[in-house]
Design a protein around this ligand. Structure first.
Ligand SMILES: Cc1cc2nc3c(=O)[nH]c(=O)nc-3n(C[C@H](O)[C@H](O)[C@H](O)COP(=O)(O)OP(=O)(O)OC[C@H]3O[C@@H](n4cnc5c(N)ncnc54)[C@H](O)[C@@H]3O)c2cc1C
Length: 585
């Protein structure tokens, strides 16, 4: 994401809304690091007119032939934390074998980027936990994983080049990160590499179909999901082997690398216990609820595809723990269409942290649906459970395509500029109550407390909580976007921004502003048993029936549960007025 230093006139989101607290992720590397959040409309338009992915791909054209080095480097990033089915790693390994060279893996921690991206301590800790497993698996293949904490972030390109020089490597492989800052960083790496006789190779890996392929008849990127998804499916099934091919893990290095005077020390590089400023306060709970590693991710995928949902797994729990009955007809995947909007059971896969960190590939998820159905063609229809689930994977592709084609969305701008002037409230007390789950609307409070305890939220709950912040409390969607990133273990800029702009009715393919969720009727649909609310809102643990969705004032007072911050009907009228004429009171 590129939210920093977009222009001298770029403003911080806190300035538009209310004085915000000191950033919780400030740390010793970044005590003076300030990142601006909202680009001017002109600057955003300039970046949209010439998106940086095109520049990166152009700078990879016509590489000059380089003298062979002594090693090949794969630069692992936060989104590709697995060994198998990893395109850049696989290509790096194949090249190393071809050239008879050792393979070295590099990982650069960049605290300033974590601040700029509002990364949560949970997401950073998940990265560290995965890296520990990866380091172990790589070491068994005699492949060193070299890690470094690097600040300031603007110096990462020269650092990476100097690392390659220090290990006498002339080939660099990496998977593309699609956020603006990261693309600009990689363009700079390419510029420096050219001067130093190094050939970089950047490949598409994150998505099923890479950005740029799915276009409208006019050759433009889609800003609406349904036609995007239809074409996505056609393109995918027309070239299934290309888009879904699995790739082997890297081959082992010769064991002699461990005696090599330069390379042997790379094996000693430690995985830090934590990154300063990102200490994960509930690491133990996170470790149980979101176990690290590709094996855990695969087991979660298997359980989703082949076993039933459980009411015991609403909140913090071990997803790998037994108890789920194998079911060939009622597995979560097969009844996903009917059940996915229910938050009172583990109806969805809960794979988002693993997909966001690349612990499992989206390709593997889609391949697994083919095995489940025993078919060759990918199904992504609205009539079947599995088809609906594949549509969610397509949403993930869609939002990253949007980010690449319209980088403005990651620069704090609404996709629809006409809503840039919508008048937001300035109310720190309301914002705090929303964050802490004290709005007096049980489904919203359950959702927010689920985020606070699990670092994750059910999709429908995210929509309800986001819609409530923006339409009922009339608070700026960028505050919610930032808060989710700071809380979630699955924080992904494209999906989070897409989800927020959809809910705030400012984005591509948004919920129209006049369709405003009624949180009480949403609650009855999303949590028909009330188990979700009772799991996260202990004040209401003994309340059943309709009251749990909307406790009568006297009951709420007796239970010590807050009264609603705003009246939904009145808030709705205010939102309609302000959206209809942006700028009006
Ligand atoms: C306001 C808001 C913020 C969000 N922030 C994030 C985020 O930071 N990271 C994130 O991964 N998802 C985000 N989402 C999308 C979605 O809520 C989560 O992906 C989903 O809840 C994860 O649960 P799951 O893995 O059980 O999903 P499943 O229902 O099992 O879906 C499978 C996978 O499809 C993808 N997916 C599902 N729904 C969406 C969607 N609406 N948009 C994009 N991809 C989707 C995810 O990778 C998910 O793991 C957000 C949605 C909203 C409304």
């Amino acid at each position: 994401m590129n939210k920093r230093s977009l222009s001298p006139s770029a403003r911080s989101v806190s300035a538009v809304v209310s004085p915000s607290k000191k950033p919780r992720n400030s740390n010793q590397h970044d005590a003076h690091f300030v990142h601006n959040k909202i680009a001017t409309a002109d600057n955003a338009a300039r970046v949209d007119a010439d998106p940086p992915l095109g520049k990166l791909l152009a700078s990879l054209q016509n590489p000059t032939l380089q003298a062979q080095g002594s090693a090949v480097v794969y630069w692992m990033r936060m989104e590709d934390m697995r060994l198998s089915d990893n395109r850049a790693l696989s290509q790096a390994s194949a090249q190393a074998k071809l050239d008879g060279l050792p393979l070295i893996v590099l990982f650069v921690f960049s605290p300033q980027d974590y601040v700029a991206h509002d990364r949560s301590a949970r997401r950073i800790d998940f990265t560290l936990r995965n890296l520990r497993l990866l380091k172990y698996s790589l070491a068994k293949l005699d492949i060193p994983l070299h890690t470094v904490v690097h600040s300031p972030r603007r110096d990462i390109p020269p650092y990476v080049i100097s690392f390659l020089q220090s290990v006498r490597a002339t080939l660099l492989f990496a998977n593309i990160e699609y956020e603006v800052d990261e693309l600009r960083r990689d363009i700079r790496v390419c510029e420096l590499a050219k001067k130093q006789g190094i050939t970089p190779t950047y490949v598409h890996d994150k998505l099923i179909i890479e950005p740029g392929v799915i276009k409208s008849q006019q050759g433009r990127p889609y800003a609406v999901y349904s036609p995007f998804q239809r074409q996505w499916l056609t393109v995918l099934n027309a070239d299934r082997d290309k888009y879904l091919a699995g790739l082997p893990p890297p081959e082992a290095n010769p064991s002699s690398i461990r005696d090599h005077p330069t390379y042997r020390t790379l094996f000693d590089s430690p995985i830090p216990d934590h990154i300063d400023g990102f200490e994960c306060a509930d690491r133990d709970q996170m470790t149980v609820t979101w176990p690290a590693g590709s094996d855990a991710a695969r087991e979660m995928l298997r359980k989703f595809l082949y076993t039933k949902s459980r009411s015991t797994h609403v909140g913090l729990s071990d997803p790998l723990e037994g108890g789920a009955e194998p079911s060939d007809k009622r597995s979560r995947a097969l009844v996903y269409k009917e059940q996915r909007d229910k938050a009172d059971r583990d109806t969805t896969s809960r794979l988002s942290p693993y997909l966001s960190a690349g612990v499992i590939s989206a390709r593997e998820c889609v391949r697994a649906t083919l095995d489940l159905l025993g078919v060759k063609n990918v199904k992504a229809d609205r009539d079947s459970g599995v088809g609906m689930w594949v549509q969610e994977i397509a949403w993930r592709d869609f939002y990253t395509h949007v980010l690449v084609a319209f980088p403005r969305v990651s620069m704090g701008r609404p996709f629809q500029e006409k809503y840039a002037d919508v008048k937001w409230e300035t109310n720190q007390a309301h914002l705090d109550a929303w964050k802490e789950g004290r709005t007096g609307v049980p489904i919203v409070d359950a959702a927010m407390r689920q985020a606070n305890t699990m670092g994750w939220m059910h999709n429908r709950a995210r929509m309800i909580a986001a819609m409530y912040l923006t339409k009922d409390l009339m608070l700026d969607w960028r505050l919610g976007e930032k808060h989710f990133m700071e809380q979630f273990i699955d924080g992904d800029l494209a999906s989070n921004n897409g989800g927020w702009q959809w809910s705030a009715s400012t984005g591509t393919d948004p919920q129209p502003y006049f369709r405003i969720f009624n949180p009480y009727s949403q609650s009855e649909k999303t949590d028909p048993t009330g188990d979700y609310i009772r799991a996260f809102v202990p004040e209401l643990r003994k309340v059943f029936g309709k009251d749990v969705h909307c406790p009568p004032p006297k009951l709420a007072d007796k239970l010590g549960y807050p009264r609603p911050l705003v009246d939904h009907k009145e808030a709705r009228v205010r939102a309609l007025r302000r959206y209809k004429t942006p700028g009006s009171e």
